[in-house]
Design a protein around this ligand. Structure first.
Ligand SMILES: Cc1ncc(COP(=O)(O)O)c(C=O)c1O
Length: 492
């Protein structure tokens, strides 16, 4: 008998709005806090009274507006032009044009599409490549996979974690459509040598994208606050596009980024237009078709409210917190800060007496800090770069740096008393021989259960045993396991 797909019973009976809202709020009980400066990734807390309320009210005012058609809702063009003009005034150059997008990933996808289509139109490149320093954000690999562009990865300087401009230059060939620099990189928070990379690209007639997703709205204000910041934006010769996320150090709610180009002629390649169907003529500047005007409105309101002086004060607060944290970390035996963090992002590793990173201790430290209410983001080792814990500082942490350092010292002391977690070398060897593509769902489930990731049982309280195993696995197997794990979380 065919399944009964009548909707009756698909949803519980309707309930009063207050009830529904109360349930939503309760659902957040187990989430990491998004305010208060104790969650060091994912969230950006300006610590400004009333800012969340303003963003919510602005969102609500535009929640029902459809940004799909700016001829029907002309105010969305006005809001977007205001935002892009503000971003271009800070990070652009004369003639720059841009687009408001839903986030860093979408800005990057669009910049890569633009470079691909520009190279095909102007140079006849049909098998495109882009050169990525190994610290470039994973979003570029996603863009490569989605858009059929080959990612050519070059190592970064192992001492500074900055992109190596010579290595980038050497990797450019006739098929290269784009090279990338990060300001700063997410993983280590260090700023790449933009001028050198952009010059190498320009010398070969290749476009250069600056990924300022995380740094683009703090570095200029740090400069305004008197800190030394090298030129990194579209004013640098050879830089042809740039991404900056307003939902990071712009402190707008999630879903706000801008991608900027040197001129409209380049940006034209980003747009998708289609008239070959019987429906309305389509011109989509971004990936989405229908999109709420709410995200645009809240970002516009937050930018307008905080203003230039506000962002300068917030940047100074982050820099001051970062100075105090770095001094404390550098004075802690066994801790090594990676590179020269430029914009509030800090990556630290722990070293044993032999000077080698101590992964087990590092992961125990992360678990211990979590027990104490701080979320530090573990990052695994990659191509000789050490595993580390990542912190994204925001103004909300500024008053708690000393508490953080005190808890870190206590957590480290406890972590040192815990038995080390390690992977059985025989198991690591076995795993290295597995072909992820040939594994069936049951085998993957078996490996996941072995790793301590049982989706039915929820996440383990301590992540060290899981992460130490993941760290030892080859990349493709890691990717397969993690995809399977996330898929199992979203099983209905
Ligand atoms: C340098 C950099 N690029 C790109 C991204 C991706 O941005 P999103 O998570 O908004 O898609 C991030 C996010 O942290 C980032 O730090």
């Amino acid at each position: 008998m065919p399944a009964d797909h009548t909707p009756a019973g698909a949803l519980p009976p309707g309930r009063p709005a207050d009830d529904v809202l109360a349930e939503l709020r309760a659902l957040r009980g187990d989430d990491a806090p998004t305010r208060g400066g104790r969650t060091f990734a994912y969230v950006y807390d300006a610590g400004l009274e009333g800012l969340d309320g303003l963003a919510a009210a602005a969102y609500t005012a535009y929640a029902t507006v459809n940004g799909l058609d700016m001829t029907v809702f002309p105010s969305v063009a006005r809001l977007e032009n205001d935002i892009v003009a503000a971003v271009a005034a800070v990070l652009g150059a004369p003639g720059a044009q841009g687009t408001f997008t839903s986030g860093g990933t979408e800005s990057i996808l669009l910049a890569v599409k633009t470079a691909r289509d520009h190279a095909r139109a102007t140079r006849g490149v049909t098998a495109p490549r882009m050169v990525l320093p190994s610290t470039a954000h994973a979003a570029f690999h996603k863009a490569a996979a989605y858009l059929g562009v080959e990612a050519v990865v070059v190592p970064v300087d192992p001492a500074t974690y900055r992109a190596d401009a010579d290595a980038v230059a050497a990797a450019i060939d006739d098929r290269t459509v784009l090279v990338v620099a990060s300001t700063p990189s997410y993983a280590h928070g260090v700023v790449d040598p933009v001028a050198e990379i952009a010059a190498a690209a320009a010398a070969r007639g290749v476009l250069c994208h600056v990924d300022a997703c995380i740094g683009g709205w703090i570095l200029p204000y740090l400069r305004r606050a008197g800190r030394e910041v090298p030129a990194f934006d579209l004013s640098v010769p050879g830089v042809t596009s740039l991404s900056v996320d307003l939902h990071k150090y712009g402190y707008a709610d999630k879903g706000a980024s801008v991608v900027l180009y040197r001129d409209a002629e380049l940006r034209r390649h980003q747009y998708f237009a289609h008239a070959g169907w019987p429906g309305y003529p389509v011109v989509n500047p971004t990936v989405q078709g229908t999109k709420s005007g709410g995200l645009l409105a809240q970002a516009w309101a937050v930018l307008r409210h905080v203003g230039e002086d506000g962002y300068t004060a917030l940047a100074a607060r982050v820099a001051d917190a970062s100075d105090r944290l770095l001094a404390g970390l550098r004075a802690t035996p066994g801790v090594r800060v990676l590179g020269d963090p430029a914009a509030g992002l800090v990556a630290l590793t722990l070293e044993g007496p032999d000077g080698r990173p101590d992964l087990s201790l590092l992961l125990h430290l992360a678990d211990e800090m979590r027990e104490r209410g701080w979320y530090l983001q573990p990052q695994l080792s990659y191509d000789g770069l050490p595993p580390n814990l990542h912190l994204t500082l925001t103004p909300a942490t500024a008053d708690r740096v000393e508490d953080l350092l005190a808890d870190l010292a206590a957590a480290l002391k406890t972590a040192r008393t815990l038995p080390p977690v390690a992977v059985d070398p025989a198991l690591a060897e076995l795993a290295a021989g597995l072909d992820p593509a040939a594994l069936g769902p049951e085998e993957v489930a078996g490996v996941l259960a072995f790793a301590g990731l049982d989706p039915q049982g929820g996440l383990p309280g301590r992540m060290a045993p899981v992460l130490v195993l993941l760290d030892a696995l080859p990349g493709p197997l890691k990717e397969r396991l993690l995809s399977e794990f996330v898929g199992s979380i979203f099983r209905i």
